[in-house]
Design a protein around this ligand. Structure first.
Ligand code: P6P
Length: 338
């Protein structure tokens, strides 16, 4: 049972049952992520004081300008995970292909793969708005002792053994699940320790916040346009409030605490949406469902989608269960009308 203000280390020790069948590696993996998060947090918090922000002058596999902190965060998480002898492979938004990790003895004995967006929302760095790290963890499916393969990464989200995010905001939080609920830990920068500040996080079943980039309204499918109008109508507890930060981790974190729906649908500009299935939508969907919410592509459960490529994108509807269900109703109605 979570104890308020328990440290992350104590929590992991007392909740080993939450790490089924991992004989300590998974908890060590979570521990290594929290170490890297502290180091990245230190740099994020002083962005602007040193010449570490601003475009790195290169573009990543998504064709997006790489902010220097993107590169720094990516390298720091990869280095920390590699040194800890737990993972056999890493996939990152910032890398075209997955990274093979042989282990110190070169014998590929490690059992876990990590997929991550090392610094999501990085376009907000220069304007001092919250950004986040998102991670997703699976057990490899190919034989231990052999090089990791693409199929170890292309697993449906319902096979995740853990997922979480770090939000670098007014305070820095680590929020994660291993399939036994969602717990949030806040970093005390003075002590460099994480403390259980948000035990057993739950998405309110209903909410009054909708989060979507309405600048794309004319490009949205009819069902999305109809749902946005529903949110804006004067009836019952509507109109809802529109809140959109443009940093998915921040938008979903707020909605999980206050109730709400986050949407990044497909559009005539992005036929599959913008967000990546493997290291953005799947981990956020796992956390959302573990917190009692719902996550779909507007029609089907995100966690049941069989991935076909590392950087594939999907439309994303995520949040309070009743709000997502209502949005799906509008999507289905519009689909039926053709
Ligand atoms: P837009 C940040 O770049 C990101 O990947 C998500 O964190 C965020 O929700 C989305 O893109 C914002 O995209 O097109 O609304 O600026």
């Amino acid at each position: 049972m979570p104890k308020p203000n328990q440290s992350l280390g104590e929590f992991i020790i007392e909740n080993q049952a939450d790490f089924p069948g991992s004989s300590g590696e998974l908890s060590r993996l979570i521990n290594s992520l929290r170490l890297a998060a502290k180091v990245v947090n230190h740099e994020v918090n002083k962005a602007g004081l040193v010449d570490i922000i601003g475009a790195y002058g290169e573009t990543n596999v998504q064709g997006e300008d790489q902010q220097k902190l993107d590169v720094y965060a990516n390298n720091k998480f990869i280095q920390t995970l590699t040194n800890r002898e737990i993972v056999c492979g890493i996939a990152s938004e910032e890398n075209d292909d997955f990274i093979q990790i042989e282990g110190h003895k070169g014998d590929h004995q490690n059992k876990y793969v990590v997929l991550m967006d090392p610094l999501d929302g990085s376009s907000n760095i220069d304007v001092n708005v919250s950004v986040g790290t998102i991670f997703s963890i699976y057990k490899r499916v190919t034989p231990v002792g052999t090089p990791v393969q693409q199929e170890d990464f292309l697993q449906p989200g319902n096979k995740q053994v853990a997922a979480g995010y770090i939000i670098y905001g007014t305070s820095t939080m680590l929020v994660y699940t291993t399939g036994c609920g969602v717990n949030g830990f806040t970093l005390n920068p003075a002590l460099g320790s994480w403390y259980l500040s948000h035990p057993d996080m739950k998405f309110p079943e209903e909410g009054r916040i909708y989060s979507i980039n309405e600048g794309n309204y004319i490009h949205f499918p009819q069902g999305v346009k109809d749902y946005i109008k529903y949110c804006q109508e004067e009836e019952g507890d509507r109109p809802y409030t529109s809140r959109y930060i443009g940093s998915m981790v921040s938008d979903i974190h707020r909605n999980m605490i206050k109730g709400g729906i986050f949407m990044y649908p497909k559009s005539s500009k992005n036929n599959s949406g913008k967000l990546r299935l493997l290291y953005e939508c799947n981990p956020m969907a796992f956390l959302t469902e573990q917190a009692g919410g719902k996550a779909s592509d507007g029609f089907k459960r995100i966690l049941d989608i069989q991935p076909t490529e590392l950087h594939q994108r999907v439309p994303f509807f995520c949040g309070s269960r009743k709000m997502v269900e209502k949005a799906e109703e509008f999507m289905a109605k519009a689909e039926a009308k053709g």
